[in-house]
Design a protein around this ligand. Structure first.
Ligand SMILES: [Zn+2]
Ligand SMILES: [Zn+2]
Length: 816
């Protein structure tokens, strides 16, 4: 652990990040007021601490440490972070600084600490001063955090004055990002400003030795936010109830099969009993969400074990204070209604992450039958495709056709923030969506940005990325930017981040796809220069940035749709890439995407394309179920479109090849969300216990080389015809793709000598493919890197865009 040495005092020193883990209470017990020393020994230090240091109990921590080491001076919050002046003996100052690093409060994260000596002032006490507002903003905002153990204990303690109070929190836990309107982080700049504290809360707030000292959302039942329950009247309007305990009443409604909208931290959830098949189906119908899985909430880890198999790493991830949704394998005899996650063998499960959730789940447990696991569906409160609802008026309007009742509260949500989604993959955690609990914590970045930058991200699963200096902020999940609501959320999110972190970009990076709304936003903005970044280069760059890789690597980018530099739709690309540039060395052989976007929703089109590529139009004569189902007139129209090159862009998408094989096997002729057919194929493959061998494929030499899957399609057709079990075919197909990519990598290594491989792109959400490919590459002595801090899908794209833009700008500067 680094700390300042006496000899270093006087200059400026930058120290690395640290994290402490002791509770504040432990440390307060250790407070000792030091003895005063003689004046001539005194030194004084001016210290600036930057990072997540506001609203996390940092000033009381500093106060207690100053008392402990007998120092005088002051501490205050300002727009830079925390400023401290301390005066005492050299030894006491050194002890104090060591403690700053080694005993940091749980939610604090020190990014930098600078100290310089200043003239002594001979003060007699140490004080906490009022916040200063300054011109430059560097302070970070903590993500929202689940209740700490101390708050949970008080929540369920009948003797505590906050017994069953749904908004209990302290400096170690509670809402942050979703209630902050401005910095510095003070109550009057949060949505808690409308709740003046009662004398008891104010006393805690003012006491430096209290766990709630300057806990900005501090509140109790006397002075703070309240919940209420709205129930539909005969005319379908929500009306307030005179309920003695709205949470208990909501829980009782849930046991009767009702759908309850629940206002949470970053938006509304729609809740129902996950064991009640009829309620789950009704929720699907009303939400117009026909197939995408619903997330679940269970009261505790023991309940989670009743529905899913949970490894040690998964248990840790479920219980982490960020409380993501964790994808888990469900038990064979899982009692959860099958409509929760149709045709999937995994469930997305989370534990409660607000006091209100804890109370609701506890009341639901009491109201449920004894022998049943307690599981609630907790899916985003929105109509299909729209962003999660977070404003009350919007909720009454948009959720009125879905929910039977609403459990609401009067603390405003300032910014919407969806739940994060994670899983344990190849032994470590991986994001599928990085949002609540993680945003807006900065992503560690390997180098300094030459100027402030904004990267606009992609079309689906959008996030944006804003950075200056060495600080890079990946936004919360914005969603699929394909309607007015999401575009508005994207624009508002950018404005909010710019304001909070005082970053006004001087260059803007965007995806090359001309039809993406995020791209149009970049092109219409006043910011110049504008830096177009190829989609798959950005995927690979996101891995390079995460791992601080500055040298060229072999990058495998595999996904559904990404605009290529030749105007084709790329999606299975092997690049030789660094942050500055890339060369496309191998790709999946092009096939037409008949009808463009329509082909994504109708995998049968891709199956027909691949069959026609393999057998010509003779495939129509094959006597197989899939071929018999093809409507010949429809195919004739499509094949004419292909022949005339009408709305049939060329594609090398791996996602579409998965769609084609799934459709050929009769899994999904049409799909309701992108990736649905591929997920079905993966589920099937994981059910095959036997070892399999790869189907044949051909790597056609060239610049770039192409991967030809005609022999593979032919082999699959033969297996289908011969009645080989579908599970086995699906597993062979996965292995073949892994084998094909690994073999191509070996050829690239022969030509380039490169031994590091970076994997990214939405197709690598396929765990089976990812594991098979990593195993093969490692057997071939490659060093493999994957995304761990951002999602491999388009949710991580903006990080890659900002890294590339920074490298290219820096290079132009160097060239001058
Ligand atoms: Zn707490
Ligand atoms: Zn109060």
């Amino acid at each position: 652990m680094l700390f300042l040495k006496k000899s270093q005092i006087g200059g400026c020193n930058e120290l690395g990040p640290t994290n402490g883990d002791k509770s504040l209470d432990d440390r307060y017990n250790a407070v000792v007021v030091g003895t005063r020393c003689i004046a001539s020994d005194l030194q004084r230090l001016h210290i600036i601490v930057q990072g997540i240091v506001q609203g996390v109990g940092f000033r009381p921590f500093v106060y207690s440490q100053a008392l402990r080491w007998g120092l005088t001076g002051f501490v205050l919050n300002n727009s830079l972070g925390v400023t401290i002046e301390v005066e005492g003996t050299a030894q006491a100052l050194e002890d104090f600084q060591r403690a700053l690093h080694e005993e940091t409060p749980p939610l604090a994260r020190i990014v930098s600490l600078t100290a310089k000596s200043v003239p002594v002032r001979h003060e007699t006490s140490f004080v906490i001063l009022h916040s200063e507002t300054g011109p430059e903003r560097r302070a970070l905002i903590s993500p929202d955090t689940a209740p700490c153990h101390d708050c949970l204990r008080e929540l369920f303690d009948p003797a505590d004055r906050r017994y069953r109070y749904p908004f209990i929190n302290c400096t170690n836990c509670g809402p942050r990002f979703t209630i902050v309107q401005d910095v510095p982080y003070d109550r009057h700049k949060t949505t808690m400003r409308v709740f003046p504290m009662c004398p008891a809360c104010q006393q805690e707030f003012d006491d430096p030795l209290n766990r709630r000292f300057h806990a900005q959302p501090n509140a109790c039942a006397v002075c703070g936010p309240q919940v209420s329950l709205l129930i539909k009247d005969g005319a379908g309007q929500f009306c307030a109830t005179e309920s003695h305990d709205p949470i208990v009443q909501a829980a009782q409604l849930l046991t009767t099969g009702a759908i309850v909208a629940v206002k949470g931290l970053g938006g509304y959830h729609l809740a129902c009993d996950a064991l009640n098949a009829e309620a789950v189906q009704r929720l699907r119908q009303r939400k117009h969400r026909e197939a995408k899985p619903f997330a679940l909430m269970v009261p505790d880890i023991e309940s989670a074990r009743k529905v899913c198999t949970i490894s040690d790493a998964e248990a840790v991830l479920l219980q982490t204070r960020q409380r993501p949704i964790v994808l888990l394998r469900q038990h064979n005899e899982c009692p959860v209604a099958s409509d929760v996650a149709p045709a999937s063998d995994t469930l997305g499960v989370m534990l409660p992450y607000t006091p209100l959730h804890y109370l609701l789940l506890s009341a639901f447990t009491e109201a449920s039958q004894l022998d049943h696991p307690v599981v609630l569906v907790m899916t985003s409160g929105n109509l299909s495709e729209e962003p999660i609802v977070y404003q009350d008026n919007d909720a009454y309007e948009r959720l009125s056709t879905i929910a039977d009742s609403m459990l609401i509260h009067n603390r405003e949500i300032h910014i919407r923030c969806d739940d994060s989604v994670m899983r344990i993959s190849t032994g470590s955690k991986q994001f599928l969506r990085r949002s609540r609990g993680y945003a807006p914590e900065p992503i560690p970045f390997p180098c300094e940005l030459p100027i402030p930058l904004l990267a606009c991200g992609a079309h689906l699963k959008n996030t944006f990325c804003l950075g200056k200096g060495q600080q890079v902020f990946l936004s919360h999940h914005i969603g699929d930017v394909e309607n007015v609501e999401t575009l508005l959320s994207f624009r508002e999110g950018i404005e909010h981040f710019q304001h909070l972190f005082d970053i006004f970009p001087q260059a803007i990076a965007y995806d090359l796809h001309p039809e993406y709304l995020a791209t149009k936003y970049a092109l219409d903005s006043a910011i110049v220069p504008k830096i177009g970044v190829q989609h798959h280069h950005a995927h690979i760059a996101s891995v390079l940035a995460e791992h601080g890789l500055m040298e060229p690597v072999i990058g495998i980018a595999a996904d559904g749709t990404g605009y290529g530099t030749d105007g084709a739709i790329w999606g299975c690309e092997i690049l030789v890439a660094d942050l500055l540039n890339f060369e496309r060395v191998v790709h999946l052989a092009y096939v037409p995407l008949p009808g463009g976007e329509q082909a994504i929703h109708q995998p049968w089109r891709m199956a027909a394309v691949y069959l026609a590529r393999t057998y010509g139009d003779a495939f129509l004569e094959q006597d197989r179920v899939f071929v018999r189902q093809i409507e010949h007139p429809k195919w004739r129209v499509l094949s004419q479109m292909i022949a005339k090159n009408l709305n049939c862009p060329q594609t090398s998408s791996l996602g579409r090849l998965f769609d084609a094989v799934a459709a050929m096997m009769g899994l999904h002729r049409e799909i309701l969300y992108e990736g649905q057919a591929a997920i079905a194929l993966e589920v099937l493959a994981t059910r095959c216990p036997d070892p399999v061998t790869s189907y044949p494929f051909v790597i056609q030499q060239g610049t770039p080389a192409t991967l030809d899957v005609v022999p593979l399609i032919d082999a699959i057709v033969k297996d289908i015809t011969q009645g080989v079990p579908a599970e086995r075919i699906a597993k062979c197909f996965h292995l073949s793709i892994a084998q094909m990519l690994a073999t191509a990598c070996a050829e690239v290594r022969q030509q380039t000598g490169l031994t590091k491989v970076a994997l990214s792109g939405g197709v690598f959400q396929n765990q089976l493919l990812l594991e098979q490919l990593i195993t093969l590459l490692e057997e071939m002595a490659f060093e493999v890197f994957i995304n761990r801090l951002v999602p491999p899908n388009d949710g991580g794209l903006s990080l890659g865009q900002i890294a590339i833009a920074a490298a290219q700008l820096r290079n132009r500067i160097y060239r001058k």
